[in-house]
Design a protein around this ligand. Structure first.
Ligand code: C2O
Ligand code: CU
Length: 511
């Protein structure tokens, strides 16, 4: 089905962006870069807030076959700045939303109600989810309080009002996943307002390991934000109500960078730790900011970060990093050993990609001595390494800026829900090559993959099962993708959310 430009503009389709781009003089030249958006408030002081503990969502019903949960997306406020509250949109009114913790192989049903003034879509990022519950960008949940009649010209869109029941079979390994809004064309601003939380899958294989646990297992959602004079999150939307007109002011079309670093929703927080090992599940939930984490000071001896897991769960063996690059949407599961420090030491988690205030993320204050019975086994799990010989099909995708006509495009074409770009067979393994004109963190729904190389070489941060790959400018990245799970239509897209909203998305259909 073809969308006419008028319909697209009217109904908020992707090409409204193209219309917008075409109307912006001088936006044609060069490839736009992410750009810093300055807050209109004095910035919060660093290392004063305590790292918030994330609350874990309790099931409303637990039966022999599944756990049922309820979540409500609504308008709320958060205490981030010292003298004013920040208006947010959050799951259960919180940012980050409550953590959903599930057991591998045990089904969870989550009824998500939409009390927001706009449509909502929820996707579990990294979840192996049947298509009807995967949060396809046009599978809108319209606001409870009503929404003007609209024609969504995606013939397959499944639109409901008020509440949708999402079914997550959780037939996958233990891993750090996250859930977030995925509304077509509006994911950037809606996530920026706070619609994201952790989704953690646990299993017995991992539970039996002697890794740091309990209070010493901490999920860190790192993201940047900017603040407006009234304390709310500032975002350069064309239409701040986000009702029907997508897009950002043209100078931000390369991506929006905030000038405040938040961890679990607090600005530059500190965490009191004992002089023991801690396990951190680190997520970069920024719209467009790439991180490269380091510790300052570093440990006297021994590794800075000992990586035990990636997007898709445990690695076969730990991987040591002195600096850890994390693109938007990637997760790294790492152990930091604070026995390398003395009680009284303050260790800053740095982002070496940034300067000034933004070069700090949070601080660990070693405040007490404690016994530590944890350890990091040399072999973490039974790991299935994919073999290139098993790839039955090779595909090539180019990710580049298509100028004013196309915005951010894959193989020269902007997103169209009715165009399927690949038809991989269920349970097949394929070799996919991606070429990238600049940094694009590419994410595949459903299918997890293993990275072979970037520009012909592997990186230390490539290990394990991945669902998001950090592609660098001018390189070709190659991955082996395994399409197990479910048949149906899924998206793959750039997770720079401004690129995603500006059409850097495609479909594959598992057949
Ligand atoms: Cu994290 Cu398609 O999303
Ligand atoms: Cu991109």
């Amino acid at each position: 089905m073809k969308w006419s430009r008028r319909e697209l503009v009217k109904f908020g389709g992707v090409s409204a962006l193209q219309e917008l781009l075409a109307s912006v003089p001088g936006c044609n030249s060069g490839k736009p870069l992410p750009r810093l958006l300055r807050s209109n408030v004095p910035l919060p002081k660093k290392f004063e807030a305590e790292l918030p503990r994330l609350s874990v969502l309790k099931p409303t019903v637990t039966s022999g076959v599944e756990d049922r949960y309820e979540l409500r997306a609504c308008v709320s406020t958060a205490k981030i700045l010292s003298d004013q509250r920040t208006a947010i949109w959050g799951f259960d009114g919180m940012f980050p939303g409550p953590t959903i913790e599930v057991r591998s192989g045990r089904q969870a049903t989550v009824a998500i109600a939409n009390d927001l003034p706009v449509p909502l879509v929820t996707h579990v990022h990294g979840g192996r989810t049947p298509p009807a519950s995967d949060g396809y960008p046009t599978d809108l949940v319209l606001p409870k309080q009503g929404w003007p009649a609209m024609h969504m010209h995606d013939p397959m869109a499944n639109i409901v009002s008020g509440t949708r029941n999402y079914t997550f079979p959780n037939a996958q390994r233990a891993a750090t996943l996250w859930y977030h809004d995925h509304r077509m064309d509006f994911t950037g601003p809606q996530l920026w307002k706070g619609l994201a939380g952790f989704y953690i899958v646990r299993d017995d294989e991992e539970k039996l390991l002697p890794l740091p646990a309990g209070d010493r297992e901490v999920a860190l959602m790192i993201c940047d934000r900017s603040f407006d004079a009234d304390g709310s999150f500032l975002y350069p939307s064309i239409q701040p109500s986000l009702t029907d007109r997508p897009g950002v002011q043209h100078e931000f079309m390369g991506g929006v960078l905030g000038d405040v670093m938040l961890v679990n929703g607090a600005a530059w927080p500190r965490l009191y730790v004992s002089n023991t090992r801690y396990r951190f599940r680190i997520l970069n939930a920024s719209n467009a900011r790439h991180l490269e984490l380091a510790l300052e000071p570093g440990p006297r001896l021994g590794p800075v970060f000992c990586q035990i897991g990636s997007d898709g769960g445990l690695l076969e063996r730990p991987v040591i990093h002195s600096r850890l690059p994390i693109a938007p949407a990637e997760r790294f599961d790492v152990v930091i050993d604070f026995s390398q420090f003395a009680v009284g030491d303050n260790i800053v988690l740095r982002n070496t990609h940034a300067s000034g205030d933004l070069a700090s993320v949070m601080r660990f204050d070693v405040v007490r001595q404690e016994a530590d019975h944890s350890s990091i086994p040399e072999r973490l799990c039974n790991f299935e390494t994919l073999d290139q010989k098993d790839a039955t099909t090779t595909r090539f995708f180019d990710f580049s800026y298509g100028g004013m006509e196309k915005g951010w495009a894959i193989n020269g074409r902007p997103f169209d829900p009715s165009r399927i770009d690949a038809h991989p067979p269920l349970n097949g393994t394929e070799l996919w090559h991606f070429h990238s004109d600049r940094s694009h963190p590419l994410h595949l729904h459903l299918a997890h993959f293993q990275i072979l190389a970037h520009g012909g070489r592997p990186r230390a941060s490539d290990a394990g099962w991945k669902d998001t790959i950090s592609m660098y400018a001018g390189q070709t990245s190659s991955v082996l993708v395994k399409f197990n799970g479910y048949r149906g239509r899924y998206v793959f897209h750039c997770h720079n959310l401004e690129h995603e909203d500006m059409a850097m998305m495609g479909n594959f259909e598992v057949t």
